[in-house]
Structure formats: structure tokens, C-alpha cells
Design a protein around this ligand. Structure first.
Ligand code: UT7
Length: 328
């Protein structure tokens, strides 16, 4: 049975930077509040006309090139997003058209945990022999779903995409995965129009499609679930946290990251933080952060990495991945 290893990785951040100073001019907030409460200094915003599938295609092509492959080699595309181009068709189909890829392609919706869910799908597809090379993308144009008059949410989110090519191999790269969901928390974080929230003229005028979050409740959930699943997935692999070179958590709030690292007893230098420069990029966060480690030359073959996500649903997921590529 083939295993899934990381063969290539890439990412894309839109050029436009939205700073805390600019947000001070837009809503009643301050750089001091945003920095101390969240750790965010700036976030990226997709250009006018640039959609989630555009960001996904740019990150995807970079990952395919890094793997030394051509678009025609990709046998499946799994795209995780909370900010789809449209409710239908899938953002994955938009992305493959832009990449020149022709294969089964679909979206996975598990909010900020989406990349970890997509990782499970890719690993299983490779193990089942359905594809030799699976492109997993986390792509978000979150700012399209944000009400820029709501200070509680508009300071938090940003746009971007990260992508990873997983290829069939004789030894495991993706080693253990844990996923979970609890639908009783479905109302805590919502966004977009759909069958339960149809886009009537009145609903649009009321701003019903904008992202809404019960921040404190989600915060408490995150600091409980992240240490729990991190410990579980590491134990599943027969390891301890001392064996883990990098902890790559979803970046929603620097205080969440710090609290979880503290509870786990993992030293700061092994916990990756990218929130200052890009805010919360939902499903794109984990692959963007992984690519940042790679391009900075901080990943060496044999490094054990734990990625851990949490978010709307409520959903959560963690995976242990052995880095098998050479350093960048
Ligand atoms: O990725 C998906 C998962 N998402 C998360 O994990 C997010 C989890 N939640 C959080 O990170 C935090 O709850 C937030 C960053 C969203 C909010 O931080 P908080 O420390 O929980 O603040 P709060 O919501 O309790 O608000 C405290 C005060 C309030 O004022 P009062 O009622 O105390 O007078 C807010 O109105 O801060 C006010 N406030 C702001 N002030 C200045 C809220 N947003 C802002 C703002 N600027 N942007």
C-alpha cells in the first residue's frame, strides 16, 4: 500500500497589504488593541477581480513546479476553502482550469481545519491507488466575506493560498491524522449565503452574508482542543512532543498559539508563528506557514512536523508529517 509524502510545496500572497494603521482610519480600533489582543500587524487583500481560485492556481502551480512535475501529472485536486468563488461550481474546478490540470477536483469545507481534512482525503486516495500525485490546496479570499465596518472581525482575517503535492512513496510522510467535529457549535462562526440564508435583496442590505463570530467561545474551544489533539496525534505515532521539530498551529490569534504551546510545554522556538504578517487566512494558513518554513531553509529531511487546525463547524484536526524532501 503506497504512502503519501510531500513532493512539492508553494504559496501565494496577494500584493496588497492592509495595515493596522489603515484599519484605524476605517473603524474604531487601534494598532495597540489589534497587536496585543491578536498579534496581527498586517494582512493581505486580494486584488479587485482576483478570486479564491486565482490564488489557489498560483500556489498550486508553484507546488507542482517545486515537485518537479507538470500539471498533467496531477491525478486529483482537493481544495480546502471557507471563502469559495461561488456556492457552485467548486472553487477547485475554477483552479484546475487556471492551472491547466485535468483530473478529478473538488472542494473540502471544514473551515480553518480544511487543510487537515483535505490531507486525510489525499492520503487515503494515494493509499487506495486512486492517484500517484494529489495536489492539496488551502486558498482563501476571506476579505470578500468581511464587513469592513465591523471592528470585531475586520481586523482578523486575510487572503492567501498554500499548496502541497503529495506523492506515492514506499515510506510514510504523512504518518498519523486525527479529525473531529462537533456540530453543536455550528452557530459560533458562520459566513456566506446559502440555502439556510438565501441572498435576498433584504438579506444583502442587512449584511447577512458577512462573517460573524462569537470570538470568546471560539477562543475557549481552541485553547482546549489544540493541546488535546496535538498530544493524541503524537501518541498515535508512538512519539513524544520532544520528537517534534516544528509545531505548526492554525494562526487565529497569537494568544491562542502561546496558550496552547504553554499547555503542551513546547518551547517557543519550535512553535511557528506567522500571524503578524498575514492575519488569519483560514484553510490557507497551515500550507502557507509550512511553505514559509521551507523557503526559509528551516526544514530538513527527517524533521517531524505536527500541523493542527481548528475552526468553524466546530471542526478540528491534527497530523504528524515527516519532512522527506531535502532542505530548500
Ligand atoms: O480561525 C477560526 C477560529 N477563530 C478564532 O479562533 C478566534 C478566536 N477568538 C479570538 O481570537 C478573540 O476572541 C478575538 C480576537 C476575536 C477578540 O478578543 P477578545 O480578547 O476575546 O475581545 P472581546 O471580544 O472580549 O472584546 C473585548 C473588548 C470589547 O469591548 P468592551 O465590551 O469590553 O467595551 C470589544 O467591543 O474589545 C472590543 N473590541 C475592540 N476594540 C478595539 C473588539 N474588537 C475590537 C477592535 N478594536 N478591533
Amino acid at each position: 500500500m503506497p504512502f503519501a509524502q510531500i513532493a512539492g510545496i508553494g504559496s501565494y500572497l496577494p500584493e496588497r497589504r492592509l495595515t493596522n494603521a489603515e484599519l484605524e482610519q476605517m473603524v474604531d480600533t487601534s494598532d495597540e488593541w489589534i497587536t496585543t489582543r491578536t498579534g496581527i500587524k498586517e494582512r493581505r487583500v486580494a486584488a479587485e477581480g482576483e478570486s479564491t481560485s486565482d490564488l489557489a492556481a498560483k500556489a498550486g502551480l508553484a507546488a507542482i513546479a517545486d515537485a518537479g512535475l507538470a500539471p498533467a501529472d496531477i491525478g486529483m485536486v482537493v481544495l480546502a476553502t471557507s471563502s469559495p468563488d461561488l456556492a457552485m461550481p467548486s472553487t477547485a474546478c475554477g483552479a484546475i482550469a487556471k492551472m491547466g490540470v485535468a483530473c478529478p477536483a473538488f472542494d473540502v469545507m471544514a473551515a480553518c481545519t480544511g487543510f487537515v481534512y483535505a490531507l486525510q482525503v489525499a492520503t487515503d486516495a494515494i493509499a487506495a491507488g486512486r492517484a500517484r500525485h494529489v495536489l492539496v490546496v488551502g486558498a482563501e479570499a476571506m476579505t470578500r466575506y468581511i464587513d469592513f465596518t465591523d471592528r470585531a472581525t475586520c481586523v482578523l482575517f486575510g487572503d492567501g493560498a498554500g499548496a502541497v503535492v503529495f506523492s506515492a512513496a514506499d515510506a510514510p510522510g504523512v504518518r498519523c491524522i486525527r479529525l473531529g467535529a462537533d456540530g453543536s457549535g455550528a452557530d459560533l462562526l458562520t459566513s456566506g449565503f446559502g440555502a439556510a440564508n438565501p441572498p435576498s435583496a433584504e438579506a444583502c442590505a442587512r449584511g447577512d452574508g458577512y462573517l460573524k463570530m462569537a470570538g470568546k467561545e471560539v477562543y475557549k474551544f481552541a485553547v482546549r482542543v489544540v493541546p488535546e489533539i496535538t498530544e493524541q496525534v503524537v501518541a498515535d505515532c508512538g512519539m513524544t512532543l520532544d520528537d517534534v521539530r516544528w509545531l505548526v498551529p492554525h494562526q487565529a490569534n497569537e494568544r491562542i498559539t502561546q496558550a496552547c504551546a504553554e499547555r503542551l510545554g513546547v518551547r517557543d522556538e519550535r512553535v511557528v508563528s506567522t500571524i503578524a504578517g498575514m492575519g488569519n487566512t483560514s484553510a490557507a494558513t497551515i500550507p502557507l506557514t509550512l511553505d514559509g518554513l521551507y523557503t526559509a531553509g528551516n526544514l530538513a529531511a527527517g524533521d517531524e512536523i505536527v500541523v493542527v487546525g481548528f475552526g468553524a463547524g466546530l471542526t478540528w484536526g491534527a497530523a504528524v508529517i515527516r519532512w522527506t524532501k531535502e532542505a530548500c
